[in-house]
Design a protein around this ligand. Structure first.
Ligand SMILES: [Zn+2]
Length: 258
């Protein structure tokens, strides 16, 4: 342990002593599972510009194109696997009495890694909802064609209405219930972890400000500096997939040693 810096020791101590933990994750975590982010200049988002395609206007004008974009996304999500960052967060949830993970990711990798006390604030790529009766469906319960046409677009099994991906698109409000839960957790936490997100979307929803106002320690695990890094007491400038398991191993070792 000689080569461990005091700051790092302090970080491990803060994580060890925390009781009320709020975690805020974003695309960086999924990227390590091979899911490209909006900002990545390759694959799906090169073919489709998310700023124009992931909007309610685009869906109104051309639902077939938008649906086919999400068909590709769904296939990508279903073939991706949770990485060590997802798995470590699921382990951490078992340890802390008060814990909430709020993710901006629309994939299900946190869930598949075992996270349960969590909310999705940008929707779910594996869900669709009826534009008429607002019923939400799991797309895995349907056998969709590889590519949709106007005649084969997903329809509600209850009312026959057109369904759309259950995603929060650009220019849309985030759903109130998960957002309120996230704000409550942020405002009450003593430790906030920011993982794989620059916090640029809607200023990180003010989560970091709520946490700070409660005197929480903020830990930012991101290879690059983001909009929320200035709030962090500790900035771990590494990919979460390698940094987080290492940090957590030290915390649990520390606990075992008393
Ligand atoms: Zn319906």
């Amino acid at each position: 342990m000689e080569n461990v810096s005091p700051t790092h020791k302090e970080l491990i101590n803060v994580m060890k002593n925390a009781r009320r933990v709020f975690v805020f994750t974003g695309a960086g975590v999924s990227k390590e599972s091979g899911l490209p982010t909006f900002r990545d200049d390759d694959g799906l988002w090169k073919k489709f510009d998310p700023m124009t395609m992931a909007t309610p206007e685009a869906f109104r004008e051309n639902p077939v194109v938008v649906w086919n974009m999400y068909r590709i996304r769904q296939t990508q999500v279903l073939s991706a696997q949770p990485n060590p960052a997802h798995k470590t967060l699921a382990q951490m949830e078992q340890f802390y009495p008060d814990f909430l993970l709020a993710t901006q990711n629309v994939d299900d990798l946190h869930e598949r890694a075992g996270s349960r006390r969590m909310v999705k604030i940008h929707g779910n790529a594996l869900e669709m909802r009826c534009l008429d009766c607002v019923t939400i469906f799991d797309v895995r319960e349907f056998s969709f064609p590889e590519e949709f046409t106007q005649d084969t677009l997903p329809r509600c099994t209850k009312c026959g209405g057109l369904c759309r991906p259950n995603i929060v698109w650009f220019g849309e409000y985030v759903p109130q219930e998960p957002m309120m839960a996230a704000v409550r957790s942020a405002a009450n936490c003593d430790l906030m972890l920011i993982i794989g997100t620059s916090g640029e979307v809607s200023g990180g929803y003010g989560f970091a400000e709520y946490a700070l106002a409660n005197g929480a320690a903020i830990v930012d695990v991101n290879p690059g500096r983001g909009a929320l890094t200035r709030y962090a007491r500790f900035w771990v400038s590494e990919p979460a997939g390698s940094a987080l398991p290492q940090m957590w191993q030290e915390v649990t070792k520390n606990i075992a040693e008393g």
